[in-house]
Structure formats: structure tokens, C-alpha cells
Design a binder for this molecule. Sequence first.
Ligand code: CP
Length: 310
Amino acid sequence: MKHFVSVDNLDETKVLELIKRAQYFKNGGQINLNRAVYCVNMFFEDSTRTHTSFEMAERKLGLNVLSFDPKQSSVNKGETLYDTLLTMDALGVDLAVIRHAENEYYQELITPSADKTLDIGILNGGDGSGQHPSQCLLDLLTIYEEFGKFAGLKIAIVGDITNSRVAKSNMELLHRLGAKLFFSGPKYWYSEAFERYGEYRPLDELVAEIDVLMLLRVQHERHQGDQNELVFSPTKYHQEFGLTKERYQKLKADAIIMHPGPINRDVEFASELVESKKSRFKAQMQNGVFMRMAMLEQVLKGRGLGGENK
Ligand code: CP
């Protein structure tokens, strides 16, 4: 593929191919590059995991990684995102990993046009409340390593669903792969639009029957103007919608807990459970590097830049 911006066109065959490639990289596999490849990571929204993990993946693949700090760029002089990417393209950059606050910011960068010459591979590191394909795929790798399948698994997505791009990508792809999805958390951060993917249920009804508990971060930075933010109580949220010690005890013996990070400790996730036996928080971050290598390989292949096993 020429770009990797969403999970929209991924089917089970493609997901399993990406998982196999991520496992190849996890086992130390390497690929050939056809020439020197240049990559830039452009994060217009804050990130620790996705940014560093993509950079680690790029370096492990042998790409040349350019730094870009939006706060010290000509974006501050009013340069558009398109012109910023046109500049990268002109300089000889092959791939750009972008995180941006605007949903579907990537459309104007990947849609061919007779009067435009921009040709740079775009990987989406998260767009507003839209999609987060690399987080979704590393989550799927983590689930697959545990259960070896997706169909029939009972998965609860819990928390600030409306504002979560992780939730959007995961509900879309896991539903397509046959998982049975449930939603829980505050009704004010839930939308009827999610009903096509799964059923809303109180968390206490769900904990004893699910295979995967997927906790979401409360995204305070996206709550401007939200009346619920004004009265938000971390303690109350934790008691009503968080993973407490009591709920942990009720989980099935082989159930796992996931969180995309960053965690609001003692809000979504009791601090003492973050590294507990059932938690896969660290495994998710470890898997992120290898799944991002697999995603980068897809775009390298799509652009004739490399991709055969070494
Ligand atoms: N999960 C995730 O996207 O984390 P960062 O915001 O730290 O990249």
C-alpha cells in the first residue's frame, strides 16, 4: 500500500499477514531496502509511545530518521500542513508519520490530483478522534498472542469512547473480525452510533464474562466546553467505571486487561494493577514497535523501496 492511514480496508487476511510480519520482526527478522530511505515523524499532538515506538521501528528497519518539531517549524508562520509535506517531499523524504488534531487530516495528502505533485508515503499516528491504526493493530497482535483468534472473543471497550480514536479503530476492526463487543463507561461519553458494533452494558455486569477488558484514557484535553468535565471527579469515575481491585477479582482466570496509555492511574486503572498478572499494558507497548515495523514495511513495499526478508 502507498499509505497506511486507517483500518478501513483491512480484512482478516491482511490483519493476519501484518501479525505474521510483526512476529517475524519480533523474532529478530530484518528486511532489505532497495536504497537509502528517509522518514520524518511529525507529531502535531503530544505523544510518548507512538512517536518513540515509530522511531524505534524505523531505526530497526534501517531507515534514516529526520527530526521535526512543529513548535519550531514554519507552521508557526502559517504554513499549511500540505505545504509542510510538499517541503518534505521536495527535500527527498520518502515517508512521513503524522499525528494531528484534525480528523482525516490525511485526505488532502493522499488524494491524487491533476494539479498537485505531492508524493510521500503517509502513516497515520492518530487523527483527532478519528483513527489510530497502529494502536489498533498492536492491540490486535497482543490479543492474538493471547487467544490465537478474534472471532467469538468477548471484548469490553470502557470509558471515554466518544473522544477515543483507539476505540474507533478497535471497534471497527474487531467487529469486522467477528469479536463480540460490549461498551461501558459514562453514558455521556457514549453514542448510539456505536450500537452497530456492540451492546452497552454496565461494567459490573460484564467483568465476569469478558475475555478482554479494554480501558480507555479519560481525554481531558478534548473536553473543552463539556459540562461533565467541570464536575469530573477522579475518585467517582474510578468507583463507577474504573478497574478496581474488586472488579479485578471477578475477571475470568484467563481474561486480560489492556490500556493504550497514557494511563490516568487510579482513574481508569487502579495503580497497583497496572503491572498485575492480567495486565498487558507493557506487552502492548513492546508489541507496538514490531507492529509498526510491519506497517512501515507495507508502505515501503507499496513504494518499491524494500521489503524482502534478509
Ligand atoms: N497510545 C498512544 O497513542 O500513546 P501516546 O499518546 O503516548 O503516543
